[in-house]
Write a protein that binds this ligand. Structure first.
Ligand SMILES: [Zn+2]
Length: 117
């Protein structure tokens, strides 16, 4: 008899457009970018905090990436005005799935200008 394994994991989805995202990877071009990151087809940028302890730094990286690497510009942007943020918790980078016992967090930033209206 086949053994039924209940899969308690979920796919990692973009909080803005609900599309399944690609696994975050190493970011080229900048000593600022310490964390694995990626982008969604809707224009959102996400960065991965594997420990749930680096939150601020990971979020800042995503914000900097969405600003094209321009720190001055990143600092001028205002949440809820220029960009929106989203979080995906319990992310397991090895599975590239959401898994109840995992601590990873994906921080998403999307510029409003890219999102239309
Ligand atoms: Zn998206």
């Amino acid at each position: 008899m086949p053994k039924l394994v209940r899969d308690r994991t979920l796919p990692a989805l973009c909080p803005f457009c609900r599309a399944e995202i690609l696994r975050p990877g190493e970011v080229e071009g900048g000593e600022w970018y310490d964390f694995a990151a990626g982008s969604c087809t809707c224009g959102a940028i996400f960065a991965h905090d594997p420990t749930a302890r680096n939150g601020g730094a990971v979020f800042l990286q995503a914000l900097l990436m969405v600003s094209g690497g321009d720190m001055d510009r990143a600092m001028e942007l205002a949440e809820g005005v220029d960009y929106d943020v989203g979080y995906v918790q319990k992310y397991n980078v090895e599975l590239h799935r959401l898994e109840p016992n995992s601590f990873g967090t994906l921080y998403f930033v999307r510029l409003r200008a890219l999102g239309g209206d």
